[in-house]
Design a protein around this ligand. Structure first.
Ligand SMILES: NC(=O)c1ccc[n+]([C@@H]2O[C@H](COP(=O)([O-])OP(=O)(O)OC[C@H]3O[C@@H](n4cnc5c(N)ncnc54)[C@H](O)[C@@H]3O)[C@@H](O)[C@H]2O)c1
Length: 248
């Protein structure tokens, strides 16, 4: 699963799953473009990557803003000439609430980042990938997008959208050696959990047959496989990293 000479964009790579993915891909040889709302955490991860002897570029951008995403792709191409891998990781949980308490702004805030952000980032890299007849796109969905998590309706719906965007896009680009896949983690130990009510976390863990939260490295390992040429015959798939949580 060597990634020497590959350029990988990882959104939301400043902490949590994105950071773990960025470090894992860098350890395998990739140059990493860290796309972050928060430049400071991005710079910290860039330093960690440089300590591994790899190149890193931090681009401050909001994945839900089309002009910022287009600039991100342009800056990557200007700096490194190519985009081999896109990991759509940036995401937010949104407010924990049942349907009667949700309003339009709750829905829009989550959809803008989790689903529209993935759409924008895929759009920004797809033509350069088609031109080079090469690409790996991996999105971080969620088990919530398969099973539906009560009190996280916009989040669950956004992640179901990511799974289906993955399947549809994969079929559009089969002739260009572009593989499009996603992963659906169950609860993983990261700062995003600070946004989620303890009762909701307890509910989610209770549904995991392995009986524990997942580790960042366990998600990063599956993303690494999907980003590598070892996964060349894998496309349009959603890989669970869920301790057996999914029922399908
Ligand atoms: N942690 C879990 O239990 C879990 C489970 C399933 C899926 N996921 C998904 O994994 C992904 C990463 O989650 P995490 O737990 O590492 O989250 P996190 O909150 O720890 O980190 C998310 C990072 O993304 C950045 N970010 C947020 N919005 C952004 C935006 N609009 N543009 C650019 N960057 C942005 C943040 O600054 C942050 O550094 C998310 O898509 C999340 O939905 C997480």
């Amino acid at each position: 699963m060597d990634l020497t000479d590959k350029v990988a964009i990882v959104t939301g790579a400043g902490q949590g799953i994105g950071r773990a993915v960025a470090l894992r891909l860098a350890a395998a040889g990739a140059t990493i473009v860290i796309v972050e709302l928060n430049r400071q955490v991005g710079e910290t991860v860039a330093n960690e990557i440089e300590e591994l002897g790899r190149k890193a570029l931090v681009i401050e951008a909001n994945v839900s803003k089309l002009d910022q995403v287009q600039r991100m792709a342009q800056q990557t191409l200007e700096t490194f000439d190519q985009i081999d891998i896109l990991v759509n990781n940036a995401g937010i949980a949104g407010r924990t609430a049942t349907l009667p308490d949700l309003d339009e702004s709750d829905w829009d805030a989550v959809m803008d980042v989790n689903l529209k952000g993935v759409f924008f980032c895929c759009k920004a890299v797809i033509n350069p990938m088609i031109e080079r007849r090469y690409g790996k796109i991996i999105s971080v969905a969620s088990i919530a997008g398969k099973e539906g998590t009560p009190t996280l309706i916009p989040y669950s719906a956004s992640k179901a959208g990511v799974i289906c965007l993955t399947k549809a896009l994969a079929k559009e680009v089969t002739e260009y050696r572009i593989n499009v896949n996603c992963v659906s983690p169950a609860v993983i130990e990261t700062p995003i959990l600070e946004q989620v009510a303890p009762a909701t976390i307890a509910y989610m863990v209770s549904k995991i047959p392995l009986g524990r939260v997942g580790k960042l490295e366990e998600v990063a390992a599956v993303v690494h496989f999907l980003a590598s040429d070892d996964a060349s015959f894998v496309t349009g798939q959603c890989y669970d990293v869920s301790g057996g949580r999914a029922t399908y």
